[in-house]
Design a protein. Structure first.
Length: 77
């Protein structure tokens, strides 16, 4: 069995002041990769792969996703 060692105690100099710590916030909107429509936080987002480039994954709106699947795009997994 392995041995467990306690973590060193954090000193007050190791902690960043609240002003320097970066705040994490969610992105509440994005744009459709095909039509450019703004996607709100509650909008359905679909990820599709282009038939010309399998490396590029696009985030698209629900309307463009339906059209893209008919044009040869594949759902990204």
């Amino acid at each position: 069995m392995g041995q467990v060692h306690p973590l060193p105690q954090a000193s007050s100099t190791d902690e960043l002041p609240a002003q320097q710590a970066g705040a994490v916030r969610s992105i509440d909107s994005a744009r459709c990769g095909l039509c450019g429509a703004k996607l709100s936080a509650r909008a359905l987002r679909h990820h599709v792969v282009s038939p010309q480039s399998c490396d590029a994954t696009l985030t698209v709106c629900h309307t463009c996703q339906k059209a893209a699947l008919g044009e040869g795009y594949r759902p990204a997994e």
